[in-house]
Design a protein around this ligand. Structure first.
Ligand code: 5RP
Length: 231
């Protein structure tokens, strides 16, 4: 079974937790695309009715529109029933690193506004502790890029400005992303998260701590649920 097939399995398992009438946070990334398409299919065949989605990126908004999912905004519907999103790393306590898809800011805002966050992934995303496979992305106001780079380097990171087509990648909110590599992973994610937030110019970072309640992990030997059961 390919990694893509595993992502699809995780996504299709997670959408069974969505009920008619819910406001649904729609994550970003290749795994989330399967989730958005699955929700669109459930609306089309009548298994779901009257859901509306809050996309976490312009890219997801386009996929959702194509899938026929009515969209809304956090300004109109500030209480999100359930959010389903991918992740780059998942620790045993459901602490996450997110943001390799460049959407961590809107993703975190939507996750924090949600009653329940479900993470969907293939088994490669599980790690014993964070920061061992993926860099930690930090979204930064371009005006402060140099200052924040120096600050993050002082915290022990090797800092790399994220590029796309040889130019700085600009996020949906008009910022840049600094990918932070820590040689031994993240020893104390909560403390690091707090210190990163102290620096003016930092908009948000990709540590999602205490936000996810459930993870649906698809592996070659079956689906594994971490945290709260799917209902
Ligand atoms: C985007 C994200 C994605 O959820 C994360 O990068 C996982 O993506 P994929 O499902 O493509 O592996 O955080 O900002």
């Amino acid at each position: 079974m390919t990694n893509d097939a595993l992502k699809q399995q995780a996504a299709e398992t997670a959408v069974t937790a969505v009920r008619s009438g819910m406001v649904v946070g729609l994550g970003t990334g290749s795994t989330a695309v399967y989730m958005v398409r699955a929700l669109g299919q459930m609306l089309a065949d009548g298994r779901l009715q009257h859901i509306c989605g809050i996309p976490t990126s312009e890219a997801t908004a386009r996929v959702a529109q194509k899938a026929g999912i009515p969209l809304t905004t956090l300004n109109d519907r500030p209480q999100v029933d359930i959010t389903i999103d991918g992740a780059d790393e998942i620790a045993p306590d459901l602490a996450l690193i997110k943001g390799l898809g460049g959407a961590l800011l809107r993703e975190k805002i939507v996750a924090a506004a949600s009653r329940h966050m479900i993470v969907i992934a293939d088994g490669s995303k599980r790690v014993p502790h964070l920061g061992t496979k993926a860099p930690l992305p930090v979204e930064v106001i371009p005006f402060a890029q140099r200052l924040v780079t120096n600050y993050l380097a002082d915290l022990g990171a090797r800092v790399v400005l994220r590029l796309r087509d040889n130019h700085p990648l600009i996020t949906d909110e008009g910022n840049v992303i600094l990918d932070c590599y820590f040689a031994n992973g993240l020893e104390n994610p909560a403390e690091l998260a707090a210190r990163i937030k102290q620096q003016p110019g930092v908009v948000e970072h990709g540590l999602f701590l205490g936000l996810a309640q459930t993870a649906v992990i698809a592996t070659r030997s079956g689906i594994e649920i971490m945290g709260q059961a799917l209902v």
